[in-house]
Design a protein around this ligand. Structure first.
Ligand SMILES: Cc1ncc(COP(=O)(O)O)c(C=O)c1O
Length: 349
């Protein structure tokens, strides 16, 4: 693979203490183009703007997908990724659903390995620190025909930073808008799913909430996700999370939370949970915790939820599942604990 190193670095201009999610980017990017029916040899080059014709397909038809993952450095300066196979397999599903030619696995892993190595100085070994990695593919043919693009670009960019959501969240249970519908593309990490979620989220924010809890598109009763995270509920001592479906993104963190919870002896149920059940359990005093989980935040606690005109406050619990599970996951990610399921992926240098 061709590697063109940048002859300067921005790292000294960055104040790592006041960094916001996704605003600063590292010195290099990985690029691989699909042309004439095949993915061409990739390149790593200095981070730069793209020049695109106004007719570029993605601007009009949004044939675009992405992934979100993190790289870590341990105290011995070894670089790690966390469950990258899961991200590849989801990328493959997203490609198929959006009619994008599937990116070969080798290019995905070559990209991750090499971008991590070249940006090593941007990864801090402090606990909780990581390098956010954003692989994405978009349709790049210059054409207005409403048919699949003939050309695509796969890029990987990286952004150093703290966690996405740090404070606990107040969320609104959506009873009008939907993120996804059966038969749609909710299970794919398709760019348009996110664009379409901004308006309902802005409406919820105008009512004083941080995020929306997505519910099924038919009756708005079955709880699906929260913002851009999977959702879990602790009812008494049981952890409940909705089963994945074609309207739910199959979160890597969700799978990890389920396994870690089981490993520490928590009873986990993957099943439908309705708004009605949630409110009943709340009123009966059984709803102990609610949290979101995703790559960016790992786990974000939810301290209140709104539904129609009502608001429900969730008190902090002693012995929080969210805290315990987050601690276990972060320790595995940063090589501070055993990795019994082989989730850590060593970036060989
Ligand atoms: C809609 C949605 N649900 C769930 C998740 C959590 O997925 P993961 O744990 O793989 O980051 C994300 C984050 O990418 C998301 O965008």
């Amino acid at each position: 693979m061709e590697i063109n190193r940048s002859n300067s670095t921005k790292i000294n201009d960055v104040n790592f203490n006041s960094i916001k999610f996704g605003e600063i980017f590292t010195d290099h990017m990985f690029e691989c183009n699909f042309k004439n029916g095949q993915w061409e040899s990739p390149i790593i080059k200095p981070y730069e703007s793209l020049t695109l014709d106004p007719s570029t397909h993605v601007f009009h038809y949004g044939q675009a997908i992405f992934e979100g993952m993190k790289g870590y450095k341990d105290k011995a300066n070894q670089l790690w990724l966390f469950r990258p196979e899961e991200n590849y397999s989801r990328l493959e599903k997203s490609c198929i659903r959006m009619d994008i030619p599937v990116l070969p696995k080798k290019f995905f892993f070559d990209g991750l390995d090499n971008i991590m190595k070249i940006e090593k100085d941007w990864v801090s070994s402090n606990k909780g620190s990581s390098l956010y990695i954003r692989p994405f593919i978009f349709s790049s043919s210059e054409m207005l025909a409403a048919s699949p693009s003939l050309d695509y670009k796969f890029l990987i960019i990286c952004s150093p930073g703290a966690s996405y959501y740090s404070k606990s969240l107040s969320v609104y249970i959506e009873d009008k808008y939907s993120r996804a519908a059966p038969g749609g593309a909710g299970y794919a990490k398709a760019a348009g799913n996110y664009g379409a979620a901004f308006y309902p989220t802005s409406l919820a924010m105008a009512k004083g909430f941080d995020q929306v809890v997505w519910t099924d598109s038919t009756n708005h009763q079955k709880i699906e996700e929260v913002g851009t995270m999977s959702i879990a509920f602790r009812i008494n001592d049981k952890l409940i999370t909705p089963l994945t479906s074609d309207t739910i993104l199959d979160g890597v963190s969700r799978k990890t939370v389920i396994q870690v919870a089981k490993d520490i002896g928590i009873d986990v149920e993957e099943r439908d949970i309705t708004v009605k059940e949630l409110i009943k359990e709340y009123n009966d005093g059984n709803l102990k915790e609610v949290f979101g989980c995703g790559t960016a935040a790992v786990i974000a606690k939810i301290s209140s939820f709104g539904y129609k005109e009502d608001k429900f406050e969730i008190k902090d619990v002693f012995d929080s599942y969210a805290d315990k599970i987050k601690e276990s996951i972060v320790n595995i990610q940063q090589n501070l604990a055993e990795d019994p399921h082989g989730w850590r992926y060593k970036v060989e240098e």
